[in-house]
Write a protein that binds this ligand. Structure first.
Ligand code: IMP
Length: 406
């Protein structure tokens, strides 16, 4: 009867995909509750790599049923592409294994057009996320249930006409090819149709049965529309509150797992106090292969920020830390972590001696050099939550279990 939630504690890209994949093999149900195809969850299983944007990462391990919850925004075109991608990779996907909420909102080509026109200064992923959520809040959005009740096409036509008029009066960029969009969306809607269900009932049934359930967060706490570095955020609730509104089912999560990268990265614009726009940042980017899984953009890199993490732990009530990418810190003479900011808002750092040894692939704590262990102990003490797992590389087996999860 495990009820676990995995969330990014920083600005996303903390390495949630690997942990979700690892846990999903033991779960009956995996639930995504926010975001859409802006996510880029990388899973490496055996000698194969899978990058998923919309479909929950739990699909790769093969045993769990996967739910895209009502709080997500779903692009039927990307959904169709991802189905094809998974079939090509010989992953079994069918409506018994994958459920998309009838209450989830649809991302249309118009939303992607608006994202490009309106959100330049944010540096979004261009996947139409903000405009789709804006339509939801404006109460002009289109839910997936419209595909089942036959109202999708007339609603989509109205949506195209409305935005074509706005576009011609307000925006400089030419509008999309409406006829092409209609044709593509009609096809994709047909494809997604068998997967659409009342996901609240599905999740509630699993809870009633005493099933093992994993909630898979996307992005990270400081991209949360309320708690993040607004306006440089995504348009959903990426922190724990989003799990309840975005799935419609209350449950007490026994393990609230913070995925914490051993340093900090962010993609897109916005504040980043510990950013290293220098040789250190470049070294981190190279060591961690820090390029966006969705857009390929180089990620901005910097030291760990414990002040920020303390806030993240308040927001999410984390009780378990999975530390990732520790192996990317090998070779630095000195490692820094911000413990506070001074009056001017600049980080106040604590310095640690680095380590030279390559720790990639370590599976036992004893394999880590003492300087590395000291850094990990410090994180644990500062956040007052156990570091239960340490990921030492991209493969499933590159993991140190300090605390058993099951
Ligand atoms: P949007 O979610 O595409 O609207 O982008 C808003 C901000 O969130 C931008 O700074 C993106 O780079 C960032 N973002 C969105 N999804 C992810 C993600 O999965 N990982 C990291 N950053 C993300």
């Amino acid at each position: 009867m495990a009820k676990y939630i995995v969330l990014g504690a920083q600005w996303g890209d903390e390495g949630k995909g690997k942990i979700v994949d690892m846990l999903a093999g033991r779960m009956d149900l995996v639930v995504r509750f926010q975001g859409g195809a802006n996510a880029g969850h990388t899973v490496i299983a055996g000698d194969k790599e899978y990058v998923l944007h919309l479909i929950p990462g739990g699909i790769v391990s093969g045993s769990a049923v996967n739910v895209v919850g009502n709080g997500c925004v779903v692009d039927p075109l990307i959904f169709a592409n991802e189905l094809e991608y998974l079939h090509e990779k010989e992953i079994d996907v069918n409506p018994e294994k994958l459920i998309v909420s009838s209450q989830a909102h649809i991302v249309t080509p118009v939303h992607k057009y608006l994202d490009a026109v309106l959100n330049k200064k944010i540096g979004t992923t261009g996947r139409g996320i903000g405009p789709a959520y804006a339509d939801k809040i404006h109460r002009t959005g289109i839910r997936l249930e419209s595909v089942l009740d036959g109202t999708f096409i007339p609603r989509f036509k109205e949506h195209l006409e409305t935005y074509e008029q706005i576009s011609s009066k307000v925006y400089d960029e030419p509008f999309i090819d409406a006829a092409k969009a209609l044709e593509e969306m009609e096809k994709a809607a047909e494809l997604i149709s068998p997967y659409i269900k009342d996901s609240v009932e599905v999740i509630a049934d699993y809870v009633k049965k005493g099933a093992d359930i994993l909630y898979e967060g996307a992005q990270g706490t400081f991209l949360d529309v309320d708690h993040g570095t607004y306006p440089f955020v995504t348009s959903s609730s990426t922190s724990i509150g989003g799990a309840f509104t975005g799935s419609g089912v209350f449950m007490e999560f026994d393990k609230r797992i913070a995925i914490v990268k051993a340093y900090t990265t962010r993609v897109g614009e916005g504040p980043f106090p510990t950013e290293q726009e220098n040789e250190i940042g470049e070294r981190l980017r190279a060591a961690g292969n820090e390029y966006g899984a969705t857009t390929g953009r180089p990620r901005r890199c910097g030291w760990l920020d414990l002040k920020m993490l303390r806030r993240s732990f308040i927001i999410n009530g984390f009780n378990f830390i999975s530390l990732s990418k520790i192996s990317c810190l090998s070779g630095f003479d000195t490692i820094k972590a911000a413990v506070d900011y001074d009056d001017s808002g600049s980080p106040v750092y604590k310095e640690f001696p680095g380590w030279k040894e390559d720790v990639e692939g370590s599976a036992e704590l004893e394999q880590l050099p003492s300087a590395c262990r000291e850094y990990i102990d410090f994180i644990e003490q500062e956040l007052n939550v156990p570091v239960g797992m340490i990921s030492t590389g991209p493969r499933r087996s590159d993991i140190i279990m300090k605390e058993e999860l099951f």
